[in-house]
Write a protein that binds this ligand. Structure first.
Ligand SMILES: [Zn+2]
Length: 436
């Protein structure tokens, strides 16, 4: 298995920390409003990554957090006339609904910041003890110049960053690059701390949750490319300071989503909510459209892309349904093929889902022609199902009872004997039962 590691900008052989096991963390949403379709790309991408590791036989532990303590939530609480906890609960619930309606169910742990406030105090205290952080007037900042390789993830050096416009100027900080681990707050939800009332910084929250759940290092840390700097860079800096490691051996970033050629973002007001989008397209169609582009590349959502995905989805469903009918009436044993070299070959190269979809199309053709020529259908049928499982595609196929099979066989017999009157009667029963 080879993965493009954003940390080294190279495709690298995947070597897990513990043999046969994968630990993975993906930054989850800040729960202050409904997520948009751009937020669903990492969800579907890492769902696929999880499924592929499972296919390879790994034991995978996957955590994705809720950022439920954040200034944005304080603002939203004020606007909505709710408490911060009510805002977080409302949008956590909405997000869980989104996961369900997109058939994404691989996340094992969903830590919330609120459950880790004590861990956060301890973490920050240790950084202060090590002289890696300092307190000013109720705020605590991380001392970036203590980290020699700061900028390793986003390939920027400290001088470039300081001269660039990407960091805010704050006279409280020793250096403009220093970032807040703890921030004094005067309104909204606040927590008592050794440094006074305030809330933790976002970059600290994720590191602490990872350390609490998994220990000092994990195999894969994922998220959208927008999180590379400063969020992930600052997660790495804190982990370097405390544990002398880069927090994860492999950093994976998915590309962003363009809407009609323009970057989708909340701040641009150019976005579609995930919950609305899934009313327009089924989760299968959305995933086929998404996985036709490699996860690292920007994805342009266009009507053509979805029209194409609808066709592919229908072809898969139609052939599976037809094959499934034959499997049930002929009592064929399925699930025999558990591995397919071709799938491995494609996916071992940094999860090449566009090629996997091409292969899926080939298998659909193969299964169609096997059905027509009465050849072995189990092998292509099983392989299609292996791919569907990896991509998170779900097809509900009619299940036949013994009685249904009897009716079906009789219907075929009548047709063969050209007894159309009786055949039609049985046909309408089969149609009503959604079998044909
Ligand atoms: Zn994070």
């Amino acid at each position: 298995m080879r993965i493009y590691n954003t940390l080294t900008d190279k495709v690298e052989e995947f070597i897990p920390i513990e043999e046969g096991k994968v630990t993975m963390y993906v930054c989850g949403p800040t729960v202050y409003n409904y997520v948009h379709i751009g937020n669903m790309r990492p969800v579907m991408t890492f769902d696929m990554v999880y499924n592929y590791f499972k296919y390879l036989g790994y034991e995978v532990t996957y955590a994705s957090n809720f950022t439920d303590v954040n200034p944005k939530i304080i603002t939203a609480a004020k606007e909505l006339g709710l408490t911060e906890r009510e805002v977080a609960d409302k949008f956590i619930k909405a997000y869980l609904n989104d996961l369900e309606s997109y058939n994404c169910s691989t996340i094992d742990y969903r830590p919330r910041v609120i459950e880790h406030i004590d861990d956060i105090y301890n973490f920050i205290s240790k950084l202060i003890e090590k002289d890696m952080a300092y307190e000013v007037d109720g705020d605590v900042y991380f001392r970036v110049n203590k980290i020699p390789n700061y900028g390793i993830l986003s390939n920027q050096n400290v001088d470039e960053l300081i001269s660039g416009a990407r960091v805010e100027v704050d006279e409280k900080k020793e250096s403009p690059l220093d970032f807040a681990l703890w921030r004094k707050t005067t309104e909204g939800e606040q927590f008592d701390s050794p440094w006074g009332k305030g809330i933790p910084g976002w970059h600290t929250e994720c590191v602490v949750m990872i350390n609490s759940l998994f220990g000092t290092k994990i195999d894969i840390h994922g998220g959208g490319v927008d999180l590379k700097f400063p969020h992930h860079e600052n997660e790495i800096a804190q982990s370097m300071a405390l544990n002398n490691n880069t927090l994860a051996n492999y950093w994976m970033h998915n590309g962003h989503i363009n809407l009609d050629g323009e970057k989708m973002s909340k701040s641009l007001g150019n976005f579609i909510l995930a919950r609305d989008f899934v009313k327009l397209h089924s989760p299968n169609v959305i995933k086929i459209a998404l996985f036709k582009t490699h996860y690292r590349l920007p994805l342009n959502l266009t009507d053509d892309l979805f029209n194409e995905a609808v066709v592919i989805d229908k072809k898969i469903y139609d052939v599976l349904r037809q094959a499934n009918l034959k499997i049930q009436t002929d009592k064929l044993e399925i699930g025999i093929v558990k591995k397919d070299e071709k799938i491995n070959e494609i996916m071992d190269e940094d999860f090449n889902t566009p090629n996997l979809i091409t292969y899926l199309n080939d298998l659909v053709k193969e299964l169609n022609s096997a059905l027509r020529s009465n050849q072995d259908i189990v092998s292509p049928y099983d392989k299609i199902n292996l791919i569907n499982k990896i991509l998170g595609l779900k097809y509900d196929l009619p299940k036949m009872s013994d009685e249904d099979i009897e009716i079906y066989n009789k219907w075929n017999e009548y047709r063969k004997n050209k007894d159309f009157e009786n055949a039609d009667k049985l046909r309408s029963i089969l149609v009503e039962k959604n079998i044909i």
